[in-house]
Design a binder for this molecule. Structure first.
Ligand code: SF4
Length: 256
């Protein structure tokens, strides 16, 4: 055992994870000294691992930043008091103040329509409002490398465009930023961390959770990875390896 209370192998795994998160942060210049960040917590392993990594990183880096967290509790899917307690005590241990906001997953403005696009927009709006109320200009989300590559393929296949998820994304003329510090960590690595430490994971019983486009892409990427082990890395790197020689010059020429 060591000062973290974990056996050496597990403590090393945690340290390596935190270092890998740091690499993504540095590569995209996500966090500066004195920053205040709002963590968007879904209750899933990704956002909980993100909170852990950012809290641990404070012990290793020569800069300092403050963290606050927001968990959206959907009125349609309220969490139990035990889940609430576990969540609050996890964040208390990390010294991150956590606010629980209650909101509607399907507000009347959706007019009976519900899908992942509307749901994500709704979550983003709630987080933006929370950040504005707290006077915070940077929001950190738990999207990982697999989310990035799934988004790239989803945009090609379902939207017909070359675009991806951004490690750093600016809004409102640069006054608000979303950063994604887990951009270079795979889902598998996050699952390993989730087995290393006890996380108060909350899974929401969303009707779309087993049938959305992301799930379809996950399966396709899994199959492709069996053919070539570097498929994940390759797709992730596409936005930084544009071969303009092989892109059409007449951008208005579209196949119909
Ligand atoms: S799976 Fe459910 S919770 Fe997740 S984005 Fe889609 S609708 Fe929202």
């Amino acid at each position: 055992m060591n000062s973290s209370g974990l056996p050496p192998k597990k403590a090393k795994r945690l340290l390596n994870f935190s270092k890998k998160v740091g690499r993504g942060i540095n590569r995209f210049d996500m966090i500066q000294d004195g920053d205040e960040l709002l963590l968007g917590i879904s209750g899933g392993k990704d956002s909980l691992c993100l909170s852990l990594a950012l809290a641990l990183r404070l012990f290793r880096v020569p800069i300092t930043y403050t963290l606050k967290a927001v968990f959206i509790e959907w009125r349609e899917h309220p969490i139990t008091s035990q889940q609430k307690e576990a969540l609050l005590s996890f964040f208390k241990e990390l010294h991150i103040p956590l606010e629980i906001i209650r909101a509607q997953m399907v507000p009347p403005s959706f007019k009976g329509v519900f899908n992942c696009y509307l749901c994500s927009r709704n979550k983003k709006r709630i987080l933006f409002d929370a950040a504005a109320k707290l006077g915070i200009h940077k929001i950190a989300l738990g999207h990982h490398l697999d989310d990035f590559i799934e988004t790239t393929l989803m945009n090609i296949c379902f939207r017909g465009e070359f675009s991806t998820m951004m490690p750093v994304q600016t809004f409102f003329k640069g006054t608000l930023k979303i950063v994604r510090p887990l951009c270079e960590v795979t889902e598998k690595e996050i699952e390993r961390i989730a087995r290393t430490v006890t996380l108060p994971v909350i899974s929401i019983n969303c009707p779309k959770k087993d049938s959305n486009q992301r799930i379809i892409m996950k399966e396709i990427i899994k199959k492709l990875s069996r053919i070539n082990k570097r498929v994940r890395e390759n797709i992730y790197n596409v936005p930084w390896r544009i071969n303009e020689k092989y892109l059409p010059s007449r951008l208005n020429h579209r196949f119909k």
